[in-house]
Write a protein that binds this ligand. Structure first.
Ligand code: SF4
Length: 217
């Protein structure tokens, strides 16, 4: 990729955001079905290494059977494992969900906290999950770095990093705060439809004029 001046990069980022907003709108949307903050937290814990579609299938029944934090906190590990066994890593996830819900009740009065340090103190909650909660529930500008965001942010020349936390810091430097939450929403949509991992359709991509990787594999 050609070296860019700061001003050139800022102009290119502004154009990328303009094109994404035009194509996908500026409404916040969450691909994981939920009605309460703790339901979203559980859905995000379940979603590691699993598709959102599969998680939504499982939670449709799960949230009916366990309709309160107390029910998850008091669940039998073996039974919860069976309830979520169609999802990868169900053993670990069931254990984390029970521990996480117990801690929410014991330490946070049954509320999902908004502070990063408090969220990441919960079982099964890493920085990515915490940022999903902060953005989706509390509207706190946060950049969620998942596989699509890492891959496509690199293609767009906005980071060279591999580690999600370093990608997040690079993106914080180049994206305006009002697009931190939207970045994840937009890039997931782009990654699922046009810029897929297997075969990006650069010819049909509305970002091709501002993407240094256009036409490359
Ligand atoms: S131009 Fe190609 S590589 Fe760049 S974002 Fe679009 S599909 Fe992905």
């Amino acid at each position: 990729m050609k070296r860019e001046t700061k001003a050139q990069r800022a102009a290119r980022v502004a154009r990328i955001l303009e094109l994404l907003d035009r194509e996908y709108g500026t409404d916040y949307r969450c691909y994981l079905n939920h009605e309460t903050p703790w339901q979203l937290l559980i859905a995000v814990i379940l979603s590691a290494q699993c598709t959102d579609a599969r998680v939504n299938i499982v939670t449709a029944d799960l949230f009916k059977k366990y309709d309160s934090l107390e029910k998850f906190a008091g669940a039998s590990l073996e039974e919860l494992e069976q309830d979520i066994r169609s999802i990868g890593f169900y053993h670990m996830k069931a254990k984390n969900i029970i521990a996480c819900c117990r801690s929410l009740l014991a330490d946070f009065g049954g509320e999902v906290p908004s502070e990063l340090s408090e969220l990441t103190s919960l079982a099964g909650v890493g920085r990515k999950t915490a940022n999903v909660i902060r953005g989706n529930i509390y509207n706190i500008p946060s950049i969620v770095v998942d596989t699509h965001v890492k891959r496509i942010s690199r293609k767009l020349g906005l980071t060279r990093e591999e580690e999600p936390e370093k990608v997040e810091y690079d993106l914080m430097k180049v994206l305006p705060e009002d697009h931190w939450i939207l970045w994840n929403i937009h890039i997931i949509t782009l990654g699922r439809t046009i810029c897929t991992a297997r075969s990006p359709r650069c010819g049909q991509c509305f970002l091709k004029e501002v993407c240094p990787s256009a036409g490359m594999r």
